[in-house]
Design a protein around this ligand. Structure first.
Ligand SMILES: Cc1cc2nc3c(=O)[nH]c(=O)nc-3n(C[C@H](O)[C@H](O)[C@H](O)COP(=O)(O)OP(=O)(O)OC[C@H]3O[C@@H](n4cnc5c(N)ncnc54)[C@H](O)[C@@H]3O)c2cc1C
Length: 459
């Protein structure tokens, strides 16, 4: 079966890979001249990489880890110590750690929380632990019901002190969806906590050893091609053409005209796909609901310094009002390695009020925050100097996971028998993440395979 897929982000590529594995012929059409969508990266004039986002892989990503295994590229994941490290705003330049011992879950998570005495007091730890019991006992059903509430509302219902939010969950919700706990759905935090606490290595983190388009997307493309499929760059979808019965007759691709296939897949971001919904589909509930899913703005910043700022080989939670997580990529990522100079990659979030501002203003505000994170490097005679910077803005990134979104997320099968959806926003248990994108691609390939008999009979 020939399958036309629009979009070569992780979801489109994973969908293509699993279709090719099943003996079908996927052709992936990507609008841009770079693979990866939200994991895309480029080289600057000096040959230094800059990326759409600082990307972390978790132990709790079974489908992503399986994909690395199937592609025989597991050695490209650089696993870090099993810890979560937070800056301490009240003591600039210092860190507070949650270290997970080598014990089974959830004991290792409990030990990590109990072992940290900088951020939470004993009564706070106990009330938070008690608050989590229903989620741990009732599992996914409880987590889904909690989509009615923001995280702050959920904490209040559990009588958990507001300070727990300030200390831990502002940082975590910014890391998970680039928004604060007053906005984020509690389903997001509860899903992450369930994975982190119930799986021994759930919260263990890895960095890719280089730029994602080369180190992760290219091997998927090679795999698809080796099985007779293809991935074509610079080929944007322009229009979805329909038959009389509202099924898809072809994809209109710029430069290639009308592409006919047995099945069609949108692997576009949700905000882009909404622009392509044919008029005749607008009354269909699955597509109408997408109106409620909107991308959240985020900014990824790269700062190259003339000296080393840290020796920490890990992701750091800045706990800064402007910044989210950051890392010194000259240490954490093999291909970006530099023994003498730091390259910080920082996620700037929430970015709603900044996304339209000039790069210079964003860098200036970031540098002010960095002075608090690294006070000794930006005072005195021998201060670190910024050599160059790069700002990558994504005005509509992953869907903003506010309360009520879960029931808006579509399945990979749609009411149109030869049209399917994939993308991190489609329904799968891993929210808007790389794991979610890969799983959605796998589920989409599965849905196409299951319907392939009907589709071939009709065509
Ligand atoms: C700053 C940032 C940091 C992040 N950090 C993490 C992290 O640490 N861990 C994690 O798991 N996830 C992280 N994510 C989320 C993760 O990157 C996404 O969830 C995932 O990559 C989305 O994949 P996707 O395939 O669903 O969508 P996308 O990557 O958006 O892919 C959609 C593709 O469609 C293409 N396209 C658009 N229009 C057309 C058209 N007309 N025709 C053809 N193609 C088109 C796009 O160019 C793109 O390639 C982060 C995201 C950002 C932005």
């Amino acid at each position: 079966m020939r399958v036309a897929i629009a979009g070569a982000g992780l979801a489109g590529l994973a969908c293509g890979k699993y279709l090719a594995d099943a003996g079908h012929t996927p052709i992936v059409y990507e609008a841009r001249n770079v693979l990866g969508g939200k994991i895309a990266a480029w080289k600057d004039e000096d040959g230094d990489w800059y990326e759409t986002g600082l990307h972390i892989f978790f132990g709790a990503y079974p489908n992503m880890l399986q994909l690395f295994k199937e592609l025989k590229i597991e050695d490209r994941l650089q696993w870090k110590s099993h810890s979560m490290i937070f800056n301490q705003p009240n003591e600039p330049g210092t860190y507070s750690r949650f270290d997970f011992p080598d014990l089974p879950a959830p004991i290792n998570g409990i030990a990590a929380i109990l072992g940290n005495n900088d951020m939470l007091s004993w009564p706070e730890k106990i009330s938070f632990g008690l608050g989590l019991i229903p989620a741990m006992l009732r599992g996914q059903a409880y987590v889904e019901e909690a989509d009615k509430y923001s995280w702050t509302e959920w904490l209040r219902q559990q009588n958990i002190p507001e300070r727990v939010n300030d200390e831990v969950f502002i940082a975590m919700s910014k890391a998970l969806n680039f928004i604060g706990p007053n906005e984020i759905s509690s389903t997001v935090l509860l899903t992450a906590l369930n994975r982190f606490l119930q799986e021994k290595n759930g919260s263990k983190m890895a960095f890719l050893d280089g730029a994602p388009p080369e180190r992760l997307c290219e091997p998927i493309v090679e795999h698809i091609r080796s099985l007779g499929g293809d991935v074509i760059l610079n080929s944007p979808l322009k229009k979805i053409n329909l038959n009389e019965d509202r099924s898809v007759s072809s994809f209109e691709i710029e430069g290639l005209e009308n592409i006919e296939a047995d099945a069609y897949v949108s692997a576009l971001p949700v905000d882009v796909f909404k622009l392509f919904i044919p008029e005749k589909w607008e009354s269909i509930e699955t597509f109408k609901k997408l109106d409620g899913l909107k991308g959240v703005p985020v900014i990824n910043i790269h700062l190259w310094f003339d000296k080393k700022l840290t020796d920490i080989d890990h992701l750091l939670f800045s706990r800064s009002p402007l910044l989210s997580v950051y890392a010194d990529m000259s240490i954490t990522c093999k291909e970006y390695e530099d023994p003498d100079k730091s390259m910080l990659e920082l996620v700037f979030a929430p970015a709603k009020d900044w996304i339209r501002r000039k790069d210079e203003e964003i860098i200036s505000a970031t540098m002010d925050e960095l002075k608090k994170l690294f006070p000794t490097h930006f005072s005195g005679n021998d201060q670190a100097k910024l050599r160059k910077y790069k700002v990558v803005k994504t005005p509509l990134s992953v869907y903003k996971a506010v309360p009520g979104c879960q029931e808006l997320r579509p399945n990979q099968s749609t009411p149109i028998h030869n049209f399917f959806l994939t993308g991190d926003y489609t329904m799968q248990r891993y929210l808007a993440s790389m794991e979610g994108a890969v799983l959605s691609g796998k589920l989409c390939a599965e849905a196409i395979k299951n319907s392939s008999k009907d589709l071939t009979i009709e065509t």
